[in-house]
Ligand binder design. Structure first.
Ligand code: NAD
Length: 279
């Protein structure tokens, strides 16, 4: 079987074209505050790519560096100050956080109207309740990528591998809202292959290079790879062993070039939406 490649580049370009127009129409450039409290190279790379994306779209982006040993109190104080600052439209808290700082503890200091990556307990609760709010961009990107490639969700069995608050859990909520039947797998799942090989759509979001191989995937299934893992040659690879899945799956999203560009595009769209709603 030929395995189609579910690229996200075309969809990201379309979202970005619209975002750029809306940012220009906003008058003063929409402003994103990116709060960083780590010295992780992968995070620095991601922050840099977000800043470049913002610049291309006419969005102002401030990087606020609190250092890798910032306390939970310092991070909360910064997020509260930016939440109260009328010049800031959107706030994003970069992970990883310093050892001992729990995301849910500090993210509640981001006001929901500026929480463009939907990470605060309030935003996640709104999503679980089916109420309007910002949705975590990565989870939204998975659903939008499937929609773009005309892959229906209603009534289909989707296995999500990963249960984090920023990817797996919100994704499960979005898939339920789209009428899919969802199984969430995680590090304590007893027989991963038995579950994923029974699913029509598999989404890998575990952060483990090569976790899913051909034996995890049913013939003709759709596979979305959210994982971004550093490869030995310095590039990035997904959670899916593409070589062993190719020829078995009907479609697979590439890493890089699949979920990633759509995630960034949606995040920037949220920034402009936050600006439009606050002015
Ligand atoms: P996380 O470490 O917070 O969560 C990983 C989840 O995977 C956990 O729930 C864990 O239970 C599960 N898991 C780990 N090992 C497993 C195993 N062997 N079998 C089954 N489940 C297992 O990670 P995260 O923040 O949710 O991110 C997941 C991946 O997605 C990472 O690779 C991250 O870099 C990537 N990511 C990509 C984008 C993007 O735009 N493409 C955005 C955010 C995160």
């Amino acid at each position: 079987m030929d395995t189609a490649s579910l690229s996200g580049k075309e969809l990201a370009a379309a979202i970005n074209a619209d975002t750029k127009q809306r940012a220009a129409a906003a008058g003063t450039a929409p402003r994103l505050a990116l709060v960083v409290a780590n010295d992780d190279p992968a995070s620095a790379w991601y922050v840099n790519s977000l800043r470049k994306a913002a610049e291309r779209l006419g969005i102002a982006c401030d990087r606020i560096d609190l250092g890798a040993d910032a306390s939970a109190e310092q991070i909360r104080a910064e997020l509260s100050a930016r939440s109260a600052d009328a010049a800031v439209d959107a706030i994003m808290l970069q992970t990883p956080l310093p050892a001992g700082v729990v995301l849910d503890d500090v993210s509640s200091a981001i006001v929901a109207t500026k929480d463009v990556d939907g990470v605060s307990p309030l935003s996640l609760g709104l999503l679980a309740s089916g109420l309007p709010g910002f949705v975590p961009a990565t989870s939204e990107a998975v659903v939008e990528l499937l929609k773009h490639h005309e892959i229906p969700l209603r009534g289909r069995h989707v296995a999500v591998v990963g249960r984090s608050n920023i990817v797996g859990k919100p994704l499960a909520q979005l898939l339920l809202a789209a009428d899919a039947t969802v199984t969430v797998c995680h590090s304590r799942t007893a027989d991963l292959a038995a579950i994923t090989s029974g699913a029509e759509i598999v989404v890998a979001a575990a952060g483990r290079a090569g976790l899913l191989t051909g034996k995890h995937i049913a013939d003709g299934a759709i596979v979305i790879d959210v994982g971004t893992n550093e490869s030995p040659d310095g590039g990035i690879v997904g959670d899916v062993d593409a070589a062993s899945v190719t020829g078995r799956a009907a479609a697979l999203s590439p890493v890089p070039g699949g979920v990633g560009p759509v995630t960034t595009a949606l995040l920037m769209r949220h920034v402009v939406t936050a600006a439009e709603q606050s002015r």
